[in-house]
Design a protein around this ligand. Structure first.
Ligand code: IPD
Ligand code: CA
Ligand code: CA
Length: 273
């Protein structure tokens, strides 16, 4: 893939993210239709759907031959294409429904299964994060890089909890407690794409989460890697999109965080002493 082609796809992803972001902004303070998607707490709003429609219109205009995977419409387009756009038209729906200002549009492009272009647009703060393989990562057109924090004791981390958290013992509560104990803090922003973007620009030192979908991670993976960070599975082995599990850090903290995740004690072993 030539740099010119990647640049071209980056521009399309940016147009689409900004189109979706403008729609989201128009619904701020103005949202009527909020529904549950089946699982308790998993919401969809009229803003998710309207943002997705705008994004799809942009892709249909520029790359009608590509394959698309979106949160609200599922799989679209040519299943034989080696280009797959993974799209979350509103990441942080729960925040959005409560008017808590952490949400974004996340648009990633996988080429031959590898995330190579990523744009995350946070319309409330007007922050545009862009990255493409080999071209670096930017926020509002300025180059960004991961932090240099090299010990868990000095780090600020972020994580999240999937919608199946009440149904599975593998719900990340024990990891959250253990890492809160070992670090300066663990945040829960409620938008996986923003967690990755903020790790890429050094506001946060590392991020882990389970139960994610490709549209939550694809764009952010490119951002973290292009900003000099590292993305793997929890145990530091090769990242697999299908697993839904991600460990993304500034690189320096990768091994310590991976090891902490692998040896997290069960919540029942905690004592107040
Ligand atoms: C969710 C957010 C949240 C994460 C969940 C995601 P949505 O996406 O990214 O931070 O913890 O696992 O599903 O539903 O707001 O698009
Ligand atoms: Ca999401
Ligand atoms: Ca979403």
């Amino acid at each position: 893939m030539s740099q010119n082609e990647l640049q071209f796809f980056l521009e399309i992803a940016t147009l689409a993210a900004q189109a979706g972001g403008a729609v989201l902004k128009s619904y701020v303070g103005n949202l009527r239709d909020i529904q549950e998607k089946g699982r308790s707490g998993d919401l969809v709003t009229e803003a998710d759907k309207a943002s997705e429609a705008e994004i799809l219109a942009v892709l249909e205009r520029h790359v009608p031959e590509h394959r698309i995977l979106t949160e609200e419409s599922g799989e679209l387009g040519d299943t034989n294409s080696s280009y797959l756009w993974a799209i979350d038209p509103l990441d942080g729906t729960t925040n959005f429904a409560h008017q808590y200002p952490f949400f974004s549009v996340s648009i990633g492009l996988l080429i031959e299964g590898v995330p190579q272009v990523g744009v995350i647009y946070d319309p409330f703060h007007d922050e545009l994060f862009q990255a493409a393989k080999g071209l670096g990562a930017t926020c509002n057109h300025r180059l960004i890089s991961v932090s240099k924090t090299d010990s868990l004791a000095k780090s600020l981390l972020v994580t999240g909890f999937a919608y199946d958290r009440r149904e599975t013992p593998d719900n990340n509560y024990a990891e959250f407690a253990y890492l809160t104990h070992l670090t300066q803090g663990v945040r829960r922003s409620g938008a996986a794409s923003i967690d990755l973007a903020h790790t890429a620009c050094g506001r946060l030192d590392g991020y882990w989460e389970r139960g994610l979908s490709p549209w939550d991670m694809a764009a952010g993976i490119v951002l973290v890697e292009e900003a000099g960070g590292k993305v793997t599975a929890y145990d530091s082995s090769l990242f697999e999109m299908r697993s839904g599990r991600i460990l993304a850090t500034n690189g320096y903290l990768h091994e310590p965080l991976s090891q902490a995740l692998m040896k997290t004690p069960p919540l029942s072993s905690w004592k107040n002493s």
